[in-house]
Design a protein around this ligand. Structure first.
Ligand code: PFF
Length: 445
C-alpha cells in the first residue's frame, strides 16, 4: 500500500524527537530510584557499560531497520524476513505494536500522576488547599480523571503529523526540560546534606558492580530508557530520509538520554540526602522507603520544607516530568498509528483517536485491577518483551536480512574496516551477550 509519508525536516528535529522519546519517566523517575536502591555510583557505572555494549547497538539496529525499510515497524520487519522466514517478521512487528500499547497503558497512568502533582502546588498557591491535597494524594478518582487528560494531550500533538506535531513539539519542549533540570540541580546542591548524596552517587563501590541483580536492573533500565524494543525508534527511523549517517545520530540520542538520566540522578540523589539531613527517614536497610513512590512522598515533603519557594520548585519539577512523559508517549502512539495509516488505509486523525481509545480502555482496566496488573505489565514489558524484541532486531539485521556484513552507513562509509567490525559486533557479539543476560533474568526471576 503506498501512501505519501511525512518526514522529519531536519537532522536536529529527528535527534530531538528521538531523544524526546527516550527521555521520560524512565530517566527522571526510574533511573534515580534504581540508582538509589542499587548502590548509587555502582549502578551508574554498570548502567553506562550496559548502555554502551548493548542498548546503544540495539538502538542502532532498530533505527537502521526502520530507516532502510521506510515503512512502519510491522511492514519493515515483514519485508526484512519475507525471504528467509515468511510471516515471522510480521508477527514480531505486531507483538512490538502490542508492546507499544502495553507501554502506553501504564505510562499514561503514571504521567497523569505527574500532571496532578504539577497542578497541586498551583492550587495551593491560589488558596484551594482541599483541591491541592486531593491532587497530591493517590486515588482511583484521580487516576480516572488524569489518565484521559494525559491521553488526550498526546493524541492532540500526534494527530498533527510528523513535522507539524512531533518535530515541532519535541524541538520546543526538550530544551525547556534541560534548563529546568539544571536550575533545580543548582538549587538542590546548595542545600545542607547534598554533598553526601553527591559522594554516594559519583563514587562507585566496585565490590557491588558484579552483583547479577544490579546488572539486570541496569540493563532493563537502559532498554526502557532508550525506548528500544516496541518499534517507537524504528518508526522514527523510517521518517528520516534513507541512508543518513545513522551511527552519529544514534550516538547523539544515546548521549543525550544518558546525560539527562545522569543529571536526574544528580538532582534526586542529593535531594534524598538533603531530606535525610532535614530529619526525614529516607532509607531503611539501605533501600529507599517506598521505592517507586519516592518522588510522590519524599520530594513533595522536601519541597514543602523550602517554604513558599518550594511550591514553585514543586511545580517546576513535576511539570518537567509531565513534559518528558508527553514526548515519550508520542513515539509509542506513533507505532500503531503509522501501521493503521499505511496498512489499513485509515486517516491519521482516525487512527490516532482509535489507538488513544484502545489505550484508555487498557489503562482503565489497569486502574480497576491496579494491585495485580500495574507491576505485572511493567515487568512483562521491560524484562521479557523488550529484551526479546531487541534480540530479534539483532538477528534480523545480522542474519535473517543477510545485511549484518553489508551495513550502509554514512558515518562509517569512509572506513570500511570499522563498518565491517561494527556489522560483526551486531551479528555475533550482541545476540550472544543479550541471550546471556536474558537467561540470567529468567533464572533470577
Ligand atoms: N524511554 C521512555 C522513558 O525513559 O521514560 C519510555 C519509553 C518510551 C519506552 C517509548 C518505550 C517507548 F517506545
Amino acid at each position: 500500500m503506498t501512501t505519501s509519508r511525512d518526514f522529519f525536516h531536519s537532522r536536529i528535529g529527528f535527534v530531538l524527537a528521538a531523544a524526546g522519546s527516550a527521555i521520560g519517566l524512565g530517566n527522571i523517575w526510574g533511573f534515580p530510584t534504581q540508582a538509589a536502591n542499587n548502590g548509587g555510583g555502582a549502578f551508574l557505572f554498570v548502567y553506562l557499560i550496559v548502555t554502551l555494549l548493548l542498548a546503544l547497538p540495539a538502538l542502532y539496529a532498530e533505527i537502521y531497520l526502520g530507516n532502510q525499510a521506510q515503512k512502519n515497524p510491522v511492514s519493515a520487519l515483514e519485508d526484512a524476513c519475507r525471504e528467509s522466514v515468511p510471516n515471522v517478521g510480521k508477527y514480531a512487528g505486531i507483538i512490538g505494536l502490542c508492546g507499544a500499547v502495553m507501554m502506553l497503558s501504564f505510562y499514561t497512568i503514571v504521567a497523569g500522576w505527574m500532571l496532578a502533582h504539577a497542578l497541586s502546588p498551583l492550587f495551593e498557591l491560589l488558596g484551594f488547599i482541599d483541591i491541592s491535597n486531593w491532587l497530591s494524594t493517590s486515588s482511583t478518582a484521580r487516576n480516572v480523571l488524569f489518565t484521559p487528560i494525559f491521553a488526550i494531550l498526546g493524541a492532540v500533538i500526534i494527530h498533527q503529523g510528523v513535522n507539524a506535531g512531533i518535530e515541532k513539539w519535541s524541538t520546543r519542549l526538550m530544551p525547556v526540560l534541560l534548563l529546568m533540570l539544571i536550575g533545580l540541580i543548582v538549587y538542590i546542591l546548595q542545600q545542607p546534606g547534598a554533598s553526601e548524596g553527591l559522594r554516594v552517587y559519583l563514587i562507585p563501590d566496585f565490590s557491588q558492580v558484579t552483583d547479577p541483580k544490579l546488572v539486570i536492573s541496569a540493563m532493563g533500565q537502559a532498554f526502557f530508557s532508550l525506548s528500544i524494543g516496541v518499534g517507537g525508534m524504528m518508526v522514527y527511523g523510517s521518517y528520516m530520509k534513507k541512508d543518513k549517517d545513522i551511527g552519529k545520530l544514534v550516538l547523539s540520542i544515546a548521549t543525550l538520554d544518558t546525560f539527562i538520566a545522569f543529571m536526574a540522578g544528580l538532582l534526586i540523589i542529593p535531594a534524598l540526602f538533603v531530606a535525610q539531613h532535614a530529619g526525614l527517614e529516607v532509607f531503611r536497610d539501605n533501600k529507599l522507603i517506598g521505592e517507586g513512590q519516592l518522588i510522590f512522598s519524599i520530594l513533595p515533603q522536601l519541597f514543602s520544607s523550602m517554604g513558599s519557594i518550594g511550591l514553585i520548585v514543586a511545580f517546576g519539577f513535576f511539570s518537567l516530568l509531565s513534559i518528558a512523559a508527553l514526548t515519550s508517549t508520542i513515539s509509542s502512539i506513533e507505532v500503531p498509528v503509522a501501521y493503521l495509516v499505511e496498512e489499513k488505509n485509515k486517516t491519521r486523525v482516525k487512527a490516532t483517536w482509535l489507538i488513544s481509545g484502545i489505550v484508555l480502555i487498557a489503562s482503565f482496566t489497569i486502574i480497576a485491577f491496579f494491585d495485580v496488573l500495574f507491576g505485572l505489565i511493567i515487568q512483562l514489558l521491560t524484562t521479557i518483551l523488550q529484551p526479546l524484541s531487541c534480540l530479534f532486531y539483532f538477528l534480523v539485521v545480522g542474519w535473517i536480512w543477510k545485511r549484518g556484513n553489508k551495513l550502509v552507513d554514512k558515518s562509517l562509509q569512509n572506513n570500511s574496516q570499522w563498518l565491517k567490525i561494527w556489522g560483526n559486533y551486531l551479528r555475533y557479539v550482541c545476540p550472544i551477550l543479550l541471550s546471556v543476560v536474558f537467561v540470567n533474568v529468567a533464572i533470577l526471576n
